[in-house]
Design a protein around this ligand. Sequence first.
Ligand code: SAM
Length: 212
Amino acid sequence: MRLRNVPGSREVIAESKFTVTEPEKYKGKWKEVFGDDKPIRIEIGMGKGRFIMDMAELNPDINYIGIEKYSSVLVRAIQKEEERQLPNVCFIRMDAETITEVFEKGEVDRIYLNFSDPWPKDRHAKRRLPSREFLRRYDEILKKDGVVEFKTDNTDLFAFALEEVEPAGWKLDAVTHDLHNDSKMNEGNVMTEYEEKFSSKGNPICKYIISR
Ligand code: SAM
């Protein structure tokens, strides 16, 4: 994602009722943040947040947490949530590397990774969100029968992600290299901002669903 500094974004985030500023404090207590017992699903690297807000609107019985590293991007999601006022969504500004400090074992029902940054250099492979290093972190926070869903149009990143699944102790439940022409996997698909952009250019969208 191209980053433009948005002046004042840190202040907007700190003051917004839609962001949780000290997320470690809620480890094991996320139900308290929402005030109910609904399952918690997270998107890591949510960007401007359209996917997670559309999901929250479609599924009022699920609580959603969007995680984004950069203030200048997160602030766009906050602006949209101020208009939409969805009760079952909140945001965290953090690097997902420390995600196990924020969620308790089994606290998360599902993890979405959408159009994750490719980090093309080999020496940066550990930073890729579907890498085995991240899968180990997801293993810690995801409930026993929880799944990770990953979408991208980047074929190199998708090939890498597929190779990481078994060595990390996960198994492939479903896979497609052309989501929008796969009637089964595309059923109920909610497009992300990047998905709309890249599929409109003719790029096929890859998706997997994995579990342990
Ligand atoms: N998911 C959105 C979509 O599909 O439209 C945005 C995709 S954008 C290419 C990837 C986003 O992931 C960027 O906003 C980036 O800042 C965020 N990101 C990358 N690595 C991250 C990390 N380690 N922790 C949190 N966010 C991260």
